[in-house]
Design a protein around this ligand. Structure first.
Ligand code: ADP
Length: 484
């Protein structure tokens, strides 16, 4: 991997604690390339004591960092952003090597991830408080916003860069210090971010990375250590529940970006070609391994066969392969377990009467590779109706009326992203309002941007990331009542 990088020093395997690069007290763990199965790095496995040390260092650093003016914080964050963009190719290579997504997607993620550092750096200057007319003649009321303190994050492997910057960007802008525990599958992207944070002049202890192969130990330390005042997590609803329960002991402020089961609805009046394009981007980005990927595709009866055929023809052209070995549309899945889940969903659908119209069989490349798969005749009793597939399987459901599809779309514990294609304006309003989701894409399959509030309702999470709302998750409000 080093030989593929213009700047090999971006490939770090030690932990970054209090501005120091340190070995892990628990040795190392292997990081492998999911396309080839070979070990690409041995990364520091920190102990729980080292996590506590990172938290302590963060607390010391935070007190100074919070005194910086918004503009001063913005300036070093801008440098951090510039360095990410200047090293976009190398960061993307590291990401593809550990995560598997095609290089073009990795480059896209670096730009997307960096945008949160840019955007929130700018927001550091705009952490406005408020004055409120007093309730008595001698009273003056002021509301100030202050950083919550030390924030800790646990993030998944599907977006090794952006899931961290979405959290660290607003945290640092707010004046918090940050301790990141990256997914053990993809710690190298996080450590490369730390290399650049150091170069940008982010003060020692403000941004820490603690790789560990024992997520639950780190999670416990984050929740039980009284210094940590904010826990921010992206991952499954199951782990989110565990962390919320643990965080309850200290009444810790939590942001949770959890699972989704996104419906993607195509109405009779939709532009079918555009809907096919949107469905492909939405379903197959990152090989279906995003929490906003379409999990269920509902198509109105009048256009069902046309949509299915056009989708089949386009998806059949998608190229599967090693993201580092040339132009591919789909990389490998992250692990064998991920493959098993997709295959289980395909088998379950077949058992219950669905018809596979593309893919379904084992891939010639073996390993973690899978053919993109489309099934027709999907129904609400199939596994993908209640579980997130997290892979390249597109199930097509047929529906008759608007009311029917809204009921089916909302029939889930999840409420993150949803999508629909339609032209009729009153339908657009009605359906957008009726979908019980935190995000609705209308006539588009791509909704992620740093300028909009991303987050879910129901069991998809708590809080929002991105936009001017995102920084509030790292701020406390203080009401000052002055008697004059
Ligand atoms: P995914 O299927 O995307 O890996 P998970 O919710 O299993 O979703 O994992 C998300 C992140 O949470 C990963 O970094 C994982 O290591 C971590 N994790 C898993 N279990 C726990 C736990 N009990 N406590 C803290 N973190 C955990």
């Amino acid at each position: 991997l080093t030989s593929l990088l213009k700047d090999p020093s971006l490939l770090q395997t030690q932990a970054y604690i209090g501005g120091q690069w340190v070995d892990g007290d628990d040795g190392t763990f292997d990081v492998d390339n999911p396309a080839r199965g070979d070990v690409i790095a041995k990364v520091a496995d920190v102990s729980r004591l080292q996590v506590a040390d990172a938290i302590a260092q963060a607390q010391i650093a935070q007190k100074e960092w919070a005194k910086w003016t918004g503009k001063e914080r913005a300036n070093v964050m801008r440098k951090w952003f510039d360095l990410m963009m200047a090293n976009q190719d190398d960061l993307a290579t590291i990401m593809t090597a550990e995560q598997g997504k095609p290089l073009a997607e990795s480059k896209g993620e670096i730009a997307y991830g960096a945008s949160f550092v840019e955007f929130f750096g700018e927001q550091a200057k705009r952490i406005y408080g408020e004055t409120i007319p007093g309730h008595q003649r001698d009273k003056r009321i002021m509301v100030m916003k202050q950083p919550i303190g030390v924030a800790a994050s646990i993030t998944p492997w599907n977006f090794p860069n952006a899931m961290i910057t979405r959290k660290a960007g607003p945290a640092l802008a707010a004046g918090c210090a940050f301790v990141a525990r990256p997914a053990s599958e993809t710690p190298l992207s996080a450590l490369a971010l730390a290399v650049l944070a150091e170069r940008a002049g982010i003060p020692a202890g403000v941004f820490n990375v603690v790789p560990s192969n024992s997520a639950s130990e780190v999670g416990k330390e984050f929740c039980e250590n009284p210094i940590v005042r904010k826990l921010t997590f992206t991952g499954s609803t199951g782990v989110g529940r565990i962390l919320l329960a643990q965080a309850a002991d200290q009444v810790m402020k939590c942001s949770m970006e959890l699972g989704g089961n996104a419906p993607f609805i195509v109405f009779d009046d939709a532009d079918i070609d555009a809907a096919v394009e949107g469905a492909i981007m939405c379903k197959f980005r990152n090989n279906g391994q995003t929490c906003v990927c379409a999990n269920r595709i509902y198509v109105q009866a009048g256009v069902y066969d046309e949509f299915a055929e056009k989708l089949r023809a386009k998806v059949a052209e998608m190229k599967v392969g090693d993201g580092l070995a040339g132009e591919v549309d789909l990389g490998p899945l992250i692990t064998r377990k991920a493959i098993d889940k997709v295959q289980e969903h395909i088998a379950d659908a077949k058992d219950k009467g669905a018809e596979v119209i593309l893919g379904g069989e084992d891939h010639e490349l073996g390993g973690n590779f899978l053919h993109p798969t489309i099934v027709k005749g999907a129904t609400q009793d199939m596994k993908f109706s209640t579980e997130e597939t997290f892979g390249p399987l597109a199930p097509l459901f047929k529906f008759e009326t608007e009311d029917d599809v809204i009921e089916m779309a909302n029939d889930t514990i999840f409420g993150l992203a949803s999508y629909f294609y339609a032209k009729d304006l009153s339908r657009v309003y009605k359906v957008a309002e009726a979908l019980e989701y935190g995000i609705v894409g209308v006539n588009t399959g791509i909704i992620s941007t740093e300028v909009a509030p991303f987050g879910g309702v129901k069991q998809s999470g708590l809080g929002r990331e991105g936009s001017h709302h995102g920084i509030e998750e790292y701020l406390e409000m203080k009401y000052v009542c002055l008697s004059v």
